[in-house]
Write a protein that binds this ligand. Structure first.
Ligand SMILES: [Zn+2]
Ligand SMILES: [Zn+2]
Length: 378
C-alpha cells in the first residue's frame, strides 16, 4: 500500500541560528507533497466494559460514526474489543472504520494506546523504572502487530516526563493533548506542559509525533468535569482508509493534532512548511461543538496566529492570519508549525485558545530505527 510519508533526504547538523522567510516570498523550489486526503479520527475512547464509562461499544462507535469521523479506536483498559463484534449504525458509512486497539493500563498511571493490534496486549509490567515499563508496553504492542501511543503523560496522579519517554525505542507517538479533565496538558508550576516535553524530546533527537485524543468516558452527560467526546482528534492524510494505512501514515507524521482548529493544508517540507486554516470548518466546530474546552488565557489577541517553532521550542516566526508559508532552514534539526485561535468564550466572555499542531519536519535525517513496519508495497 501507498504510504504518504516523507523522509528527510539530507543530514545536517542542528544549529539554532535560523533565517526563516515567511509568506509572500515566491520560491523556485518544488512544492511539497500533499497527496492523499484527510481522515478525522480519535485514538482513545472508553466504553461500559471498563466499568467507569457510560455507554456500550455500539453507542460509542455510533457517536463518532454519526458525526463525520472516519476512524475510531475503542481503547479499553486491558481489554481487546474486536471491531468485528461491534455493530455499526445502519446504513453504515463506507468511509468509517474501527481500528482495533486497547489502552494498556499499567500501575503508576502508565497508559499506552496499542493501535492496530491483532490481539490483547499484556499489561502486568512491574519494573521500578518508568522507561523500562514503557519499553515493555511498546515491545508487547509490536509483538501483537501494533504501534504505541504514550497516553496523557501529564495525568494528575503520576505524570511521565520527557526523560521517561526519551530512551524508549519504537515510541513514535504520544498524547500532546488529551481531553480528559484530569489531564494537565498545559502543565503547572511543578510540571512542564506536554508541548515543552515534546520540544525537549525533539531537541534531543527523538523522532516522536504529537497526538490529540478524547479519552472519552461520558456520552450521556456533557459537562466540563466529564470526559466527553469531541474534544481532541487527529486529521490523518492517507491514500486509503484502512487500519494499516492510517497507522503507517501516523508513524510518518502525516497528520496534525487538533482540539478545535481545522486546517485546509499542512505540508511539511522538504523546502517549505505551509499551513492554511480552514476557517469555515473551524468556526462551525467552535459554534456547534459545545463539548470543546479551550485553554483559558489571561492575555491574547483575538483571531489566528501561526507560529513556526524550532529546537528548544524557540518561536522562529509568527504570522497573524490564516496562512503560513515558511521557508525551512535546513540547518535546524526540526521545525514544526502551530496554529492558535483566540476568542472570547461566548458563555463566559473568558479569553480562550484552541490549537492545531502540525508535526515536525526533520532536516537532520532522523527516521525510525529500524523503520516501523508498514504495509507491503503493492
Ligand atoms: Zn489512560
Ligand atoms: Zn483512557
Amino acid at each position: 500500500m501507498n504510504v504518504n510519508g516523507m523522509k528527510s533526504p539530507v543530514t545536517l547538523s542542528a544549529l539554532l541560528a535560523a533565517t526563516i522567510l515567511s509568506a509572500g516570498c515566491q520560491s523556485l523550489l518544488a512544492p511539497p507533497s500533499s497527496a492523499g486526503r484527510w481522515y478525522r479520527g480519535n485514538t482513545h475512547t472508553h466504553t461500559v466494559l471498563c466499568g467507569h464509562a457510560d455507554s456500550s461499544p455500539e453507542t460509542v462507535a455510533a457517536w463518532y460514526h454519526d458525526r463525520g469521523y472516519h476512524f475510531l479506536i475503542l481503547s479499553e483498559h486491558n481489554k481487546f474489543i474486536d471491531p468485528a463484534t461491534v455493530a455499526l449504525p445502519e446504513p453504515t458509512r463506507r468511509d468509517f472504520i474501527l481500528i482495533p486497539g486497547e489502552e494498556v493500563t499499567i500501575p503508576r498511571e502508565i497508559h499506552t494506546t496499542a493501535m492496530n493490534i491483532e490481539r490483547l496486549v499484556p499489561w502486568r509490567f512491574k519494573d521500578p523504572t518508568r522507561s523500562t515499563v514503557i519499553q515493555q508496553a511498546v515491545d508487547a504492542t509490536r509483538a501483537a502487530g501494533g504501534e504505541t501511543i504514550l497516553n496523557h503523560p501529564n495525568y494528575r496522579a503520576a505524570p511521565s516526563s520527557a526523560a521517561d519517554m526519551l530512551p524508549v525505542d519504537h515510541l513514535y507517538l504520544f498524547e500532546l493533548f488529551n481531553g480528559h479533565p484530569g489531564v494537565n496538558n498545559y502543565g503547572d508550576a511543578n510540571h512542564p506542559s506536554t508541548e515543552v516535553m515534546w520540544d525537549e524530546m525533539l531537541s534531543a533527537g527523538k523522532l516522536i509525533y504529537g497526538v490529540s485524543s478524547d479519552d472519552a468516558h461520558h456520552f450521556q452527560t456533557i459537562a466540563p468535569n466529564k470526559s466527553n467526546p469531541g474534544r481532541g482528534w487527529v486529521m490523518v492524510r492517507a491514500a486509503t482508509l484502512d487500519p494499516d494505512t492510517i497507522t503507517a501514515a501516523m508513524l510518518q507524521g502525516e497528520f496534525y493534532a487538533s482540539n478545535g482548529v481545522f486546517l485546509k493544508r499542512c505540508d511539511r517540507g522538504p523546502d517549505r512548511y505551509r499551513v492554511e486554516v480552514d476557517t469555515r470548518r473551524t468556526r462551525r466546530e467552535l459554534e456547534t461543538n459545545w463539548r470543546l474546552r479551550g485553554r483559558f488565557v489571561e492575555r491574547g489577541t483575538k483571531g489566528y496566529r501561526i507560529e513556526l517553532i524550532g529546537p528548544q521550542g524557540t518561536i522562529l516566526e509568527t504570522v497573524r492570519g490564516t496562512r503560513g508559508d515558511f521557508l525551512i532552514d535546513r540547518s535546524l534539526s526540526y521545525v514544526r508549525a502551530k496554529v492558535t485561535f483566540t476568542r472570547r468564550k461566548p458563555q463566559t466572555n473568558q479569553l480562550e485558545e484552541y490549537y492545531a499542531w502540525g508535526q515536525p519536519f526533520f532536516a537532520d535525517g532522523r527516521a525510525p530505527q529500524p523503520a516501523p513496519r508498514v504495509p507491503a508495497a503493492r
